[in-house]
Design a binder for this molecule. Structure first.
Ligand code: SAH
Ligand code: DHB
Ligand code: MG
Length: 223
């Protein structure tokens, strides 16, 4: 049985070999720490994975729910073509301010629209604005609202849209059907909706690394 320390060291090993040092991404993480944002950012290896998925898929329009300091945003937005767009939603104005500065340092102000407010309200507002469907949707905000986010993601999808969700294993706590943790219940309902939804085909992958034991859901909208 390997320990969390091994997972962390292996994550470093992977990062040192496969992820080129990048002053902008490193500065973004430093700014997030400096501003005392919670360290919920994806890891470098996960950020690169997000970027590869966006590249593989040829996504031109990305929706991110849960910006924090914009670390995952930078990884994904950099894989967009010049005329691509990423819309990212963040509730906390302090997080949003740090993210704005990080995105500006990354030179991504034109390609990224950061909308501040409750994501469920922002999504309803986007629908009223007649938003175009997205190609790739990353769900990574407050987990109790995951069921609502999935429903909006479907509304903003077209056949072929990829839906990617973070933190869907939670140290294995998702097994606890009677959990009083609303995040666990949000994620469990998210799985139930995916299971019952004929318009999505999905899988989930368990991960270990510097953020411990967690995982991702990956789905594709079929119709
Ligand atoms: N995707 C980021 C991490 C996001 S952490 C990265 O990997 O770099 C989750 C974020 O969701 C936090 O910044 C939190 O403030 C935000 N959040 C929480 N509840 C929210 C809500 N109701 N609407 C929008 N954002 C919310
Ligand atoms: C939490 C949220 C995240 O998005 C994450 O990647 C890790 C932890 C949390 O709310 O605990
Ligand atoms: Mg997360």
């Amino acid at each position: 049985m390997q320990s969390a320390d091994t997972w962390d060291q292996v994550d470093r090993y992977i990062t040192e070999r496969l992820i080129p040092q990048d002053p902008v991404l490193e500065q973004a993480l430093a700014s997030n720490r400096q501003a005392k944002l919670p360290s919920y950012d994806v890891t470098p290896a996960q950020g690169k994975l997000l970027q590869l998925l966006v590249q593989m898929h040829g996504s031109r329009r990305i929706l991110e729910i849960g910006t924090l300091g914009g670390y995952s945003t930078i990884w994904m937005a950099r894989a967009l073509p010049r005329d691509g767009q990423l819309v990212t939603l963040e509730l906390d104005p302090v997080h949003a301010r740090v993210a704005k500065a990080n995105l500006s340092l990354a030179g991504l102000e034109e390609r990224v629209e950061l909308r501040v407010g409750n994501a469920l309200d922002q999504l309803a507002e986007m629908e009223r604005e007649g938003v175009e469907p997205f190609d790739f949707i990353f769900i990574d905000a407050d987990k109790p609202n995951n069921p609502g986010y999935l429903q909006w993601a479907l509304r903003f999808s077209r056949p072929g849209t990829v839906i990617f969700g973070d933190n869907v294993i939670r140290d294995g706590e998702i097994l606890q059907e009677d959990s009083t943790d609303l995040r666990v219940q949000g994620v469990r309902t998210f799985y139930d909706l995916l299971a019952a939804e004929p318009r999505i085909t999905a899988s989930a992958i368990q991960t270990v690394g510097s953020k411990g034991y967690d995982g991702f859901v990956l789905g594709i909208v079929t119709s």
